[in-house]
Design a protein around this ligand. Sequence first.
Ligand SMILES: *Cc1c(COP(=O)(O)O)cnc(C)c1O
Length: 545
Amino acid sequence: MSNWPDSIARPAIAAMSAYSARGASSGALHLDANESPYAPPPIKGAADYNRYPGQQPLALMARLADLYGVPANNIMLGRGADEAIDILLRTFCDAGKDSVLICPPTFGYFKTAAQIQGADIIEVPLTDDFTWDSKAVLTAAPDAKLIFLCSPNNPTGNIIEGDLIERLCQACPNSLIIVDEAYQEFSSTEGYVSKLEDYRNLVITRTLSKAYGLAGVRAGVAIAHSDIIALMRKVLPPYPIPRPVERAVMAALSPAAMSLHNARLSELLSERSRLAEGMVKSEFVRHILPSEANFLAFLTHEPESMLRALNKRNVKIRDFRSKLPGLFRITVGLPDENTIALAAFGVGQNEVKPQRVAEVQRTTKETDISIRVNLDETAPIDIDTGLGFFDHMLEALAKHGGFSLRLKCAGDLHIDAHHTVEDCALALGLALKTALGDKAGIGRFGFVMPMDETQARVAIDLSGRASMTFKGAFPSDHVGDFPAEMCPHFFESLAQTLGAAIQIDVEGDNTHHIIEASFKGVARALRPAISRSYGDAVPSTKGVL
Ligand SMILES: *Cc1c(COP(=O)(O)O)cnc(C)c1O
């Protein structure tokens, strides 16, 4: 058999025909798969649970093709990148005959999957400075069917520099060069997906578990030449992607959610720097490796006293001393979590007041909204609703309210602004209320009366009970694409989910100025009300708000 890639696959796999799992169900009368005609008893969204899902669900494959910038037939979707690794072994390695090459310390499942399949393992360890020994890898590679390289590498966090991957692809036409890019989203480098056009024996694995927070959902991919993918799909078990998984991934990768992912990613990267800068000052830390991932690998001289200090604060990190003396790995957490970790390392303050952060994702048929607020930071402020004037008003609300706000809304603006404005208000009120938490130490009340040629008098009470009154009249009915009547409606919706009494009394001659004064007035009144500078007590005689 000389047909590539059949010639390098296990002969049994090349020779067999694929199991015929049904494609995505069409509108047809499906009497072909022995399914139950009854949907299960009421579970939300379960109307199609009686039907097998697509083998590689179409809508999800289209979304992933867009995410990774390759056609869908270059992708095999499985239950995590782990399954992609397993399928590579099962497709290409015969027990007792074929070998895989790995560069330890690296991701442990490469070896486990090889052992399960009975493939031999060739190890070419990283050098003393944790880089790849290119010469040794290139010398050993022709004997290996699969060459697993991890970049950014787990657990060291560094990336493969130079042209090792390209040279392997050229030197080993009958091997597959697999680059595991589970942490690529955290890297400042481009990664290898764009090289797939140049090398048909290159395979990339990516996952939704790390950067997209979907580890519990189990979804990851292999990306490669369509002939490689076709062989791998033959080995993939029937219907590996349950319908609830497809829904969860589609929701987590919606346009509004992508803006949230970007916000989180930039927070994680700045936290990675802060954690590293703090940890170098720790007496326990001897050396921190440069990281392009969401973790830091480091060496310690004093593992036992370090572990005792971490234990006292109940901070768990990963111990790699069995792979290399003194090697540990710490994952970058939320800002407050990293501050606690740093305190455990003996760096920074001991008392940590958690920041008041909340995220809200609200998706209906009319709008798809994601919001992140931080009441204890003033930046970033990043608003995109598709309505220019409304963006401007929300910016003013966050800026003069003194809080950080990221808000992205994809709404049915082809109909009108109503749903977008109303749903943003409802979601923002909920986000503010969630961030306020038990309201300990807040001001609760706020009053303002800005003097301008337009006057707005605003009073706010974060009482937990919703009410809104608006006194004012608009000389014109629109400002740009924003209907003036939506101004009071916005505050009414906000008050409803925030649980606040908001009173607005506004006078002026210009509709733009009247709306602007209302937003700025509410913002300035909100500022002292949400401010946490009044000790620890809840500002209510009842003790709760
Ligand atoms: C976490 C991890 C994986 C597994 O990803 P899943 O998609 O959750 O299976 C694969 N490779 C590396 C290097 C990892 O760290």
